[in-house]
Design a protein around this ligand. Structure first.
Ligand code: CP
Ligand code: NVA
Length: 319
């Protein structure tokens, strides 16, 4: 696993790169990564690309997952590395070992960590104490790996980023925050339609608005956002981090913030519908859209694998 090569000093902070939010990467890095993911997708069968040969990648999941967990495990395996999947109950985290001590110890064995957790400050704390690259596999505030796959799918379907009109209908959550960041960097025009009081993170919006050429509209009318859109996007009304909140009250406020046939008709003729999944069919999206001709939701789910392979290859250095 960890290669203790010439000059290795376990006490020295390395120049490791983390991926905790989309804005950890530049425009050039994101576009290169997406191009690399598209080319990895084309050369899937029988390739002997092995940037993770001899490397161990830890996957610590403090929240449940289907796509992120499985696509990362398979990505590491396909790049000839060894995934090590851990939940808090497998390790001493659940008995009070600190997040920083866990990060320090795992840095001695592994070459990279994917962490899915509830509070964003936890992944920051983990990355601060770790000497190996840390990838955010979702927090309450950001879902940057999802955003990479979202944009790969837009590139595949629309052939460009600049001037693409993306309408996100729903909760101003982690997925919306990362979409705002990546859209602003790539020149995608993003409109968010959410009920009042459920806007995306104010800091994310403010920071993203400072990026040259960014276009972010925060609206409260799904129809206004969907008009002439190239891409319609949604996510669940209730996120995993919202434990113990008044879900029925929240659901009532989101009635109408749904991607359905009416919104599809308002958008461009060749609009694509995206959802990060899992979907609550009948709430934020109808069956007719999920299973209809405009849906690209399962292509998007597949692209998590390809973008994460490109991400791992970029962050985990050989040698
Ligand atoms: N979209 C996404 O991150 O799905 P999972 O929660 O299944 O990983
Ligand atoms: N906003 C959702 C995304 C799931 C992939 C959540 O955090 O539960």
């Amino acid at each position: 696993m960890k290669s203790l090569g010439k000059g290795f000093d376990p006490f020295q902070k390395t120049h490791k790169r983390d991926f905790l939010t989309v804005s950890d990467f530049t425009l050039v890095e994101i576009t290169d990564l997406i191009d690399q993911a598209i080319s990895l997708k084309k050369s899937q069968s029988g390739n002997d690309y092995a940037p993770l040969r001899g490397k161990g990648i830890g996957l610590i999941f403090e929240e449940i997952s289907t796509r992120t967990r499985v696509s990362f495990e398979v990505a590491v395996y396909q790049l000839h590395g060894q995934p090590v999947f851990l939940t808090p109950t497998d390790i001493q985290l659940s008995r009070g070992e600190t997040i920083a001590d866990t990060a320090r110890v795992l840095s001695r064995y592994l070459d990279g960590i994917v962490l899915r957790t509830y509070k964003h400050s936890r992944v920051e704390e983990f990355a601060e104490a770790s000497t190996i690259p840390v990838i955010n596999g979702l927090t309450d505030k950001h879902h940057p790996c999802q955003a990479l796959a979202d944009m790969m799918t837009i590139k595949e379907k629309k052939g460009r980023f600049k001037g693409v009109k993306l309408a996100y209908i729903g909760d101003g959550n982690n997925v919306a925050n990362s979409l705002i960041e990546i859209s602003s960097i790539l020149g995608v025009e993003i409109s968010i339609a959410c009920p009042t009081g459920f806007e995306p993170d104010a800091e994310v919006i403010e920071k993203s608005r400072k990026i040259n050429g960014s276009c972010i509209n925060i609206l409260h009318d799904p129809k206004e956002a969907a008009k002439d859109a190239d891409v319609l996007y949604t996510d669940v009304w209730i996120s995993m981090s919202e434990k113990g909140t008044q879900h029925d009250n929240k659901r009532a406020k989101f009635k109408g913030f749904q991607i359905n046939d009416e919104l599809i008709r308002l958008a461009k003729q060749d609009v694509i519908a995206l959802h990060c999944l899992p979907a609550h069919r009948g709430e934020e999206i109808t069956d007719s859209v999920m299973d209809g001709p405009h849906s690209a939701v399962f292509d998007l789910a597949e692209n998590r694998l390809h973008t994460q392979k490109a991400l791992l290859a970029k962050l985990i250095k050989n040698g």
